[in-house]
Design a protein around this ligand. Structure first.
Ligand code: AMP
Ligand code: MG
Length: 394
């Protein structure tokens, strides 16, 4: 791979990841459905409310009997919410009824308890009500057979609530792309270890895993290789058995211990430079039929590479909407190097987007403080305060 533009590399990655989009739907229980993407339309199997019921604690009556108030009616019984034998109404009488309890056939209004006085098996009603008042009609929320939720809906608590209310136990959702992650570098150790001189904590593994999950995909494994190509190859072979996509970090630039490059070049991988900063060195491969994206190791480069190349494809495959760029004014003037598309870390403020720290791709704290990337085209070298720029929300 020779030097490429960001757009060319995006297209190349999109073609490699095309197979991710062909995976099927699966049924999950409602308890596992949160955040999943509905794979087909769901029609209601029942009417909601399921039966005519009371909206208030009060008295079920026929409105005709309380047209003149006060009206005194005999109380024939009490209907609580819960399993009951259906009651039938006798005009000129009342049932004491609780919220959610089935209204007797023939009753057409509920008088709230506040408008009543009860003595000796009789209720005195002080305020007239129209037919239909405080009655929740069967099917007034949704009718059986009508569309409840459309394919593509990202299931939130309220969606899961209605699926449960109509009695569904499972729901068809899009399968999540399965992603394996391999970080590389002899210097990397787990948080919690005592650092020897020259060692650092591995942040890319968890960063990529979190990025993957945040975009609707599933992490099947996170592994770490030292700088020995044989070790990396072994981990990669394991990763490809369970994943639809493998992401790697580090070992792709021009140093002496470029483990990913060394291990994959003989397998037909392409390594080269994308005209961007950060994230210039990039590689791609297909190993055992599984696409592999090789991102550089610097913590900002790896996150920016994910956002620019992997995020759109993973979201598409997961059925999630793409994160569209926005246009915002710059809070201060900025400069950018010629010939490279820059993705500058910045955050939104009341006076526009403001750069967070410098362009160094090791500045992982500054990345955390950013909430957008300012996308500066390769041919632009200066931008004035107030000028509109394209930003990519993080
Ligand atoms: P590399 O691309 O392997 O040359 O790595 C570039 C820089 O990123 C080096 O300073 C590495 O120590 C650092 N780096 C590589 N991998 C990780 C990682 N998983 N977590 C944190 N820093 C890393
Ligand atoms: Mg390395």
């Amino acid at each position: 791979m020779t030097a490429r533009s960001v757009e060319d590399h995006r297209r190349h990655v999109a073609a490699l990841l095309a197979a991710l989009h062909t995976r099927h739907a699966e049924d999950v229980s409602l308890g596992d459905a949160l955040g999943r993407v509905l794979a087909s339309d769901v029609h209601s199997p029942v009417d909601l409310p399921l039966f005519r019921n009371s909206q208030m604690d009060g008295y079920a009556v026929d409105a005709a009997s309380i047209r003149v108030v006060p009206a005194v009616l005999p109380v024939r019984g009490v209907i609580a919410a819960g399993p009951v034998d259906p009651a039938s109404h006798v005009p000129g009488t009342a049932y004491r009824i609780m919220t959610g309890a089935p209204i007797p056939d023939g009753a057409d209004a509920v008088v709230p308890v506040e408008d009543t006085e009860t003595t000796d098996g009789q209720v005195r009603i002080t305020r007239a009500r129209h037919a239909g008042e405080y009655v929740r009609e069967r099917g007034s929320d949704v009718l059986a057979g009508t569309l409840l939720l459309a394919s593509g809906e990202i299931l939130a608590a309220r969606h899961i609530a209605v699926l449960a209310a109509v009695g569904l136990q499972h729901v068809p959702v899009r399968t999540r792309p399965r992603v394996a992650i391999i970080t590389t570098g002899a210097e990397l150790v787990d948080a919690g270890s005592t650092l020897k001189p020259g060692e650092i904590f591995d942040s890319n593994g968890i960063a990529l895993a979190s990025s993957v999950r945040a975009n609707g995909a599933e992490v099947v494994s996170i592994a770490r290789s030292g700088d020995d190509p044989a070790e990396f190859q072994k981990l990669l072979a394991e990763a490809t058995t369970a994943a639809d996509l493998v992401l790697t970090s580090g070992g792709v630039s021009m140093g002496d211990f470029e483990v990913v490059r060394d291990a994959l070049t003989s397998l037909g991988a392409e390594f080269g430079h994308v005209a961007m900063q950060p994230g210039g060195p990039q590689g791609t491969a297909v190993v055992d039929g599984v696409p592999v994206l090789n991102f550089p190791g610097n913590p900002v480069s790896v996150l920016v590479s994910f956002e620019v190349f992997a995020r759109p494809e993973i979201r598409r495959a997961a059925g999630l909407p793409l994160i569209e760029p926005e246009e915002l004014p710059l809070a201060t003037a900025i400069t950018s190097i010629p010939g490279k598309r820059q993705f500058l870390r910045a955050r939104r403020t009341d006076s526009g987007v403001e750069l967070v720290s410098g362009p160094g791709s090791h500045l992982v704290a500054a990345m955390a403080w950013a909430d957008v990337l300012v996308d500066v085209p390769p041919d632009v070298t200066t931008l004035d305060a107030g000028q509109l720029v394209k930003v990519i929300p993080l």
